[in-house]
Design a protein around this ligand. Structure first.
Ligand code: KG4
Ligand code: ZN
Length: 374
């Protein structure tokens, strides 16, 4: 990372609006977006193009890294051109390029990052390498201005973390999953129920007609007082029950039970984190972000927990819960505002924890076969 003080104090850049092209290719969405960040910190999405690879992976029941990387190569130039056309600012109107540099499937990350480097070099623009998770962390700011600090639950297909967010790139991890992420549990259980990929939205639709009260699913880490999560026991138990389901009604009831159990665990750990956070902060804001934040039961359960603890509650607009490039452009613009730009040879990183200090001091790899993803 280059601390380019001269860049941030350049004409108009420290004080004027910043317009950034963001690129996102870390999983199964090829995305590009243009965002304008006003000097007051208000974000305006000028365009947001997302090409979903769901059809490419559906037959395999999950994301196949090699297929994802190839598809990103085929799509990135077209998706970026679409975002630029829709934004209508032209390359001369850009102040910088932001690209996801990790964590994620590294073959895909390299595609977006290399494309970003090429554009930055060709147009003489600064490059900002963005942590995908920092993108999710700022995604609520795409809907309305949000002041730091806030308590964040980041809950997606690869991640499940509670973070104290004090500012751009300033985060402390309060809890994380010791095995699977919540979205992964949704996806795997949905697969066991015979639903398509991605499983979260399909499971939510099925759960709408079910009543899960007859199922008694395991509750993880009950004896612990920390804010860590675990979903592998629930995943195993629910997959076994799914195999024994005979009717559509059984399946809908199980889907409802699973959704309730996941929402409850997210709320219980968030409740603990809110109590710890409230002791240190007067400004009480709880933000939920990431693909699972699109789930209405999860949102409602968390909103009620926030209200009980005297926290304001905020979730990003639905379109910015799942992977998109507007959040990457915004995280890049916030870094650019501070004059934090990346070296052009910055590398793609398959793993890149947001709170690097905590990840080193307190690794979660002790538990689980492969350990948590971040
Ligand atoms: O943030 P995201 O698009 O990608 C990652 O960074 O992982 O999150 C994708 C995850 C998937 O596991 C998907 O099943 C889950 O978010 N998801 C949902 C819903 N929409 C997406 N899970 C439950 N209910 C939903 N409505
Ligand atoms: Zn994501």
């Amino acid at each position: 990372m280059t601390m380019a003080a001269d860049y941030s104090s350049g004409p108009g850049r420290a004080t004027g609006p910043l317009v950034v092209l963001g690129l996102e290719t870390s999983c199964d969405e090829t995305a590009a977006a243009v965002v304008r960040l006003s000097p007051e910190g208000r974000a305006e999405v000028l365009s947001s193009a997302v090409h979903s690879q769901i059809d490419d992976h559906a037959a395999y029941g999950g994301v196949v890294p090699e297929i994802a990387a190839r598809s990103h190569v085929e799509m990135i130039a077209g998706v970026a051109a679409r975002a630029m056309d829709e934004a209508g600012v032209g390359y001369d109107g850009l102040d910088g390029i932001a690209a996801t540099a990790g964590p994620g499937l590294v073959g895909g990350v390299m595609v977006g990052l290399s494309f970003g480097k090429a554009v930055a070099l060709a147009r003489g623009l600064p490059l900002v390498a963005v942590n995908h998770l920092e993108g999710h962390a700022v995604s609520a700011r795409l809907g309305e201005p949000v002041d730091y600090p806030f308590l964040l639950l980041l809950v997606s297909g690869g991640h499940c973390q509670l973070l104290e967010v004090r500012g751009v790139g300033e985060m402390t991890r309060l809890g994380t999953t010791i095995d699977d992420a919540a979205g992964e549990a949704f996806d795997k259980i949905a697969k066991a129920l015979g639903l398509g990929y991605p499983g979260g939205p399909a499971l939510e639709r099925l759960a709408a007609s079910g009543d899960g009260s007859r199922f008694d699913l395991p509750r993880a880490l009950l004896g612990r007082k920390d804010c860590d999560f675990s979903f592998s026991g629930l995943k195993t138990a629910a997959s076994r029950l799914a195999a024994a389901c005979e009717t559509d009604e059984d399946r809908a009831d199980l889907a409802d039970a699973v959704q309730t159990a996941i929402a409850r665990q997210l709320a219980e750990r968030s409740d603990r984190a809110m109590k710890a956070y409230a002791g240190a902060h007067d400004h009480r804001l709880f933000v939920v972000a990431g693909g699972v934040a699109a789930n209405r039961t999860v949102r409602a359960t968390l909103e009620a927990t926030a209200a009980r603890n005297g926290f304001a509650f905020l979730a990003p607009p639905m379109a910015y819960c799942t992977d998109n490039a507007a959040m990457i452009a915004l995280a890049g613009a916030e870094r650019l505002r501070k004059g934090w730009i990346s070296d052009i040879d910055v590398a793609a990183r398959p793993r890149w924890p947001l709170d690097e200090r905590r990840a080193i001091d307190d690794p979660v790899h002790k538990a689980g076969r492969k350990g948590a993803k971040a």
